[in-house]
Design a binder for this molecule. Structure first.
Ligand SMILES: Nc1ncnc2c1ncn2[C@@H]1O[C@H](COP(=O)(O)OP(=O)(O)OP(=O)(O)O)[C@@H](O)[C@H]1O
Length: 261
């Protein structure tokens, strides 16, 4: 049986007293899973990834291999459960600077024996397979296109080779369909490859087609709770039970489920 790698227990993101973006989100991510997380715009997908990455205040627990982030130390936890944002716009310097900074962190050094040069070379190799000119790694993030930034960020995350779980926030939203499919295939192969350090992905997308191509499980955020479905595009043809405009929720648990998530 597949080992659980990540466990969300009653994760609740509050905004004000008694007002939540979502409440009591609970599900387990097992080795080999590519969990596609879908939901209407504003339903809280990005916020949930940030809660799991311990980047935003929340209630409840996110256990990695059965232990809390504080047990590992938050920075070490983030090398294992790695959040890849949709945009790199707030990062200073160049992608090369970024990778140099990350590989110099004690948390990275304690989980990787590779030199920064090895990591950088792998990042170049991966991104070149996706059509990125190696020279772009020396350019400032702000002068890269959305698609160039997205591919380089993803290549950097994979090149670090420390994460067992990637939390991907619309990772191909700026890519054309051909490039998107190369990135998708690479990620799927990594999760399937027994020798890879990457064991699972939580993948936010708005595309039912992408959900079908990459997902092994499908979780939907809706009405401040979540449900799991066998249908990779349940949201796109759901006509009931979903608010057209997501609202903050004033009551606690609200988990609708076609199957317990
Ligand atoms: N710090 C905050 N304070 C108040 N509201 C917030 C805060 N952070 C996020 N929100 C609100 O929470 C909701 C969920 O935001 P989030 O970005 O997680 O949604 P999403 O499902 O990822 O949306 P999209 O699909 O449009 O990217 C939004 O209505 C957003 O405005």
């Amino acid at each position: 049986m597949a080992e659980p790698v990540l466990e969300l227990k009653n994760v609740t993101r509050y905004v004000n007293e008694g007002c939540n973006i979502f409440s009591d989100i609970s599900f387990v991510v097992n080795e080999g899973d590519i969990v596609v997380l879908q939901g209407r715009s504003g339903s809280g997908k990005s916020t949930l990834l940030k809660c799991v990455a311990h980047l935003t205040l929340h209630k409840g627990e996110c256990l990695y291999r059965g232990s809390s982030p504080t047990t590992y130390g938050i920075t070490s936890y983030r090398t294992k459960v790695l959040y890849v944002p949709q945009r790199s716009s707030l990062l200073p310097g160049s992608p090369h600077d970024f990778l140099t900074t990350i590989t110099s962190l004690a948390a990275h050094k304690s989980t990787s024996r590779e030199t920064p040069q090895d990591v950088f070379k792998r990042g170049l190799d991966i991104s070149e397979q996706w059509g990125v000119d190696p020279e772009l790694w020396a350019r400032s993030w702000i002068n890269l296109s959305g698609g160039e930034s997205q591919r380089i960020l993803m290549a950097a995350a994979l090149a670090l080779d420390t994460a067992e779980v990637l939390l991907l926030d619309e990772p191909t939203s700026a890519l054309d369909s051909e490039t998107s499919s190369m990135v998708e295939s690479y990620l799927i192969d990594c999760v399937k490859n027994q020798g890879s350090s990457l064991k699972a992905i939580v993948w936010v997308t708005h595309s039912p087609e992408q959900s079908r191509r990459v997902g092994t499980r499908f979780i939907y955020l809706s009405a401040g709770g979540c449900y799991e479905s066998d249908d990779p595009s349940a949201l796109s043809h759901s006509t009931s039970g979903l608010p057209s405009t997501p609202k903050l929720h004033s009551s606690a648990p609200s988990i609708s489920s076609s199957r317990p998530a």
